[in-house]
Design a protein around this ligand. Structure first.
Ligand code: ATP
Length: 130
């Protein structure tokens, strides 16, 4: 395919990327968990008035999970095209790809704990008497 570095070429690239994103969100069931969880985390961060540092870590953490899920979805599509018969290498590749999503999600839960517990504690606990 021709490498178009024109504005129209870039717009086409973005269009293809966004259509891939839309397809993945519509067809990969895991996004029905990831996206509400991300919305909940962003709402909690807004409620607890996160500082810039906490917002940056939160956005990065959620971004890593979403990107892992997108690569996993892409690999599943590719695997179906390569061989839809039982294949040991494809099984391993898909299992490892799922493990990447699971690991990023578990790390995200851990990071979320460190990000949220202190602001939540200050928000929850009554002010100390003078
Ligand atoms: N061609 C294959 N050969 C061997 N095992 C496979 C093959 N395709 C899928 N699998 C096994 O089935 C599992 C699920 O595969 P896949 O992720 O494609 O299914 P799915 O039901 O569409 O999953 P998801 O709900 O995550 O989209 C894989 O992790 C792998 O263990």
């Amino acid at each position: 395919m021709k490498n178009e570095m024109t504005l129209r070429g870039w717009l086409r690239k973005f269009g293809l990327a966004f259509s891939g994103l839309a397809w993945a969100i519509r067809n990969e069931g895991s996004f029905a968990v990831h996206l509400p969880a991300a919305a909940l985390a962003f709402s909690g961060a807004a409620l607890l008035q996160f500082d810039y540092g906490r917002w940056a870590v939160l956005v990065l953490t959620i971004g890593v999970v979403i990107v892992a899920e997108l690569f996993n979805t892409a690999l599943e599509c590719l695997a179906k095209a390569v061989d839809d018969q039982p294949n040991e290498h494809i099984r391993l590749a898909l299992d490892i790809s799922s493990a990447a999503v699971l690991s990023s999600s578990l790390f995200a839960v851990g990071i979320g704990f460190f990000l949220f517990w202190q602001p939540f504690w200050f928000w929850w606990s009554p002010p100390l008497p003078n």
